[in-house]
Design a protein around this ligand. Structure first.
Ligand SMILES: [Zn+2]
Ligand SMILES: [Zn+2]
Length: 353
């Protein structure tokens, strides 16, 4: 990516799809100003409702209703306050809400949601990684016409309501800083909860050219991210496993075909069906919940005719910043630069070019 393109990306506000999970058919909005298809709509509070062909706003009908300069949105029992604009349009009989927000105003909520409760250096590391992720992530929902969603698929974001003074301080202290390779190249920087002792390359896990390499997260024989939920086990019925993977329960249940240097399964055969590691993980998550198979760093044991057990370590995809590892480094006094240097050894912490 050229330095000029980076500049353009950095300057343009983010378009974040918000509150999709709430399936909004009707919302209550408060904002300093409103426009309906570009025309000023007098008033500062409106109820907007999905009708057949447009958004119904009192007596007005709009293809796009826009609240400006800070917008409070209430949907069912959820109320959130967003900086910037909120654009309301119709999608599939429901309302589609897009928050157009500057990157620096978007970040505190993400840092609070993704790295709450750590020392300042851990929050600062999260701020840099999340900023790098956001400015490189504008194509994640390109086909749907926005940049990022507000869920863990991209980064958890709850608007200004979800922020905290500590998260705001971490964003401010690292303002405009991102992870660059060779001083100029900006690539997505990922993060996860706990690596289980070794992180993985984005190229192995997602097939993406990203900023994280694979690094050991063990010090003095102990993983930095070792906490109460470090190891996990999951007992699964073979029938249910086969169903989840879209195959029949015949033959060897789980046969890892390739593991990466972290010990994470990159490719696996389940009852004869070949799957990529991430596909296995997301199918398992959808079928059994996201706390069942928590990572791809696992082995199997206790196999019977009908069931088997998965024993693993870590939580999440294992690429980039290990949040629990970062938290433990910060508790021991390591500063943001030192934390990022461990998980992104090929990157430098630099202002956005
Ligand atoms: Zn997303
Ligand atoms: Zn770790």
């Amino acid at each position: 990516m050229s330095a000029l393109l980076c500049l353009v990306l950095a300057a343009a506000p983010l378009q974040v799809r918000v509150l999709e999970r709430e399936t909004p058919a009707r919302v209550h909005l408060e904002a300093a100003r409103f426009t309906c298809d570009g025309q000023p709509l007098p008033g500062t509070t409106f109820d907007a409702e999905a009708s057949i062909r447009e958004v119904k706003v009192g007596d007005a009908k709009c293809t796009q209703l826009v609240g400006e300069d800070g917008v409070t949105v209430s949907v069912k029992s959820t109320t959130r306050k967003y900086e910037g604009q909120v654009r309301v349009s119709l999608e599939g009989g429901l309302l589609r809400l897009i928050n157009v927000v500057d990157v620096e105003a978007y970040l505190p909520s993400v840092v609070k949601a993704e790295a709450d409760g750590g020392k300042p250096a851990a929050l600062e590391a999260q701020a840099v990684v999340s900023r790098t992720f956001a400015v490189t992530g504008r194509k994640r929902h390109e086909r749907a016409g926005y940049h990022l969603c507000d869920l863990a698929h991209c980064q958890v974001y709850r608007g200004q309501t979800g922020s905290s003074p500590e998260a705001e301080a971490a964003v401010k202290k690292t303002a405009n800083l991102v992870l660059l390779i060779g001083g100029i190249v900006l690539k997505p920087a990922f993060f996860h909860s706990s690596c289980g002792g070794h992180t993985s390359r984005a190229s192995e896990v997602f097939g993406e050219d990203a900023a994280g390499s694979a690094v050991s997260d063990v010090e003095n024989g102990k993983a930095r991210c070792q906490g109460p939920d470090f190891t996990w086990s999951f007992e699964v019925e073979k029938d249910a496993l086969a169903r989840a993977m879209g195959t029949a329960p015949a033959g060897i249940a789980i046969e890892p075909l390739r593991r990466d240097e972290a010990g994470r399964i990159v490719e696996v055969r389940v009852f004869g069906k070949r799957l990529g590691g991430q596909e296995f993980l997301s199918r398992a998550g959808r079928a059994f919940g996201w706390q069942a198979v928590r990572s791809l760093k696992f082995t199997t044991s206790g196999e019977t005719d009908t069931a088997l057990r998965l024993d693993g370590t870590g939580l999440g995809h294992g690429v980039g910043l290990c949040q629990l590892g970062a938290k433990s480094l910060a508790e021991r006094g390591v500063e943001v630069r030192g934390i990022l240097a461990r998980y992104f050894p090929e990157s430098q912490l630099k202002p956005m070019p």
